[in-house]
Design a protein around this ligand. Structure first.
Ligand SMILES: [Zn+2]
Length: 249
C-alpha cells in the first residue's frame, strides 16, 4: 500500500502529529489524495487516539475510510486499516508459465503489504524473486536443478539473468542482500522501497526474456507458443482498474 504524509493538526487544531494516509483508492486503484469527508478521534490504549477518517476518491468519487493510531505526546502514529480492502491479485501469463510458485508467493507478499505487514511482505517478495529466477534458470535455461537450488537470490540473478550493470549498483546489492527479519529494530522503509524497485526491474527482465526467447521451453500446444510471443506485458489484475503507481502492484 502507498501512503502520503499528512498532519493531524490540519483536522484537529493543536494535534501536531504526522500520519500515513492511503494514497491509492481501494475501489478504483488509482493514486490520489482523497477528499476528507469526516473524521473522528476516540480515546484508545496508552494515551493513543484512534482517528477514523472517511474520504472520497477524487477519481471514482466513491467513499472509503481508514484508521490510524496517533499519540500527541510522542507524536508517533501507526496506520491500522483501510476499508474496503484493496484485493491484490497479480497475474502474468508469461511468468506463470515459467513459475506458478512465483505467482502464488508474489500475491501472498502483496496481501501482506496491503495489510501493512511490511517486514513479512519483504521476506515474501525476496522469496518470490528467488523462486522466479531459479525456475527461469531450470525451465528456460535448462540449468540442472541441483546446481541452482542452494544459491542465494543475489548469486542466482548474477548468474542466470546476466544483468551485470544493474546488479553492480550498491543499491541493488543492498536491496537483494539485506536481512528482512531484524532481531533488533524496525525494517528500514527505504530498503523496502528499494527492494520493490529492483523486484520490478528483474520481473520485467525475466518476462522480456520469456517473450523474446526464440525457443520457449517446450509447451504441449504449439499454438500456445505463438500466444506467448505475441502476449503484451501483463499487468496486475483486479476487479477494479489497476493502480497506476508503479511502486504498488
Ligand atoms: Zn477511486
Amino acid at each position: 500500500m502507498n501512503f502520503i504524509k499528512k498532519n493531524a493538526k490540519d483536522i484537529q487544531r493543536g494535534f501536531d502529529c504526522e500520519y500515513d494516509k492511503p494514497s491509492v483508492c481501494p475501489h478504483c486503484g488509482l493514486g490520489m489524495d482523497g477528499q476528507t469527508i469526516s473524521s473522528s478521534f476516540v480515546d484508545f490504549d496508552n494515551g493513543d487516539k484512534l482517528m477514523v477518517q472517511v474520504c472520497c476518491c477524487t477519481a471514482c468519487r466513491r467513499y472509503y475510510f481508514f484508521a490510524v493510531l496517533l499519540n500527541r505526546e510522542t507524536r508517533q502514529s501507526r496506520f491500522v486499516f483501510l476499508y474496503p480492502q484493496y484485493e491484490y491479485m497479480y497475474f502474468n501469463k508469461n511468468l506463470n508459465r515459467v513459475s506458478p510458485r512465483f505467482m502464488s508467493m508474489y500475491n501472498q507478499a502483496l496481501r501482506c503489504e496491503g495489510n501493512g505487514d511490511t517486514e513479512i511482505a519483504a521476506i515474501g517478495y525476496k522469496a518470490a524473486l528467488d523462486i522466479l529466477v531459479k525456475d527461469y534458470a531450470i525451465n528456460m535455461l535448462k540449468v540442472n536443478k541441483d546446481s541452482v537450488k542452494n544459491k542465494n537470490v543475489f548469486t542466482a540473478i548474477k548468474e542466470y539473468l546476466g544483468t551485470s550493470d544493474i546488479i553492480k549498483s550498491e543499491e541493488a546489492v543492498r536491496a537483494l542482500t539485506s536481512e528482512y527479519a531484524y532481531y533488533e529494530g524496525a525494517y528500514p522503509m527505504n530498503d523496502f522501497v528499494l527492494l520493490k524497485l529492483y523486484m520490478d526491474i528483474f520481473i520485467k527482465y525475466v518476462e522480456t526474456k520469456v517473450i523474446t526467447n526464440e525457443e520457449p521451453f517446450k509447451l504441449d500446444d504449439p499454438k500456445e507458443t505463438r500466444d506467448i510471443k505475441s502476449q503484451p506485458q501483463s499487468k496486475p489484475q483486479k476487479k477494479a482498474p489497476v493502480n497506476q503507481d508503479p511502486q504498488n502492484k
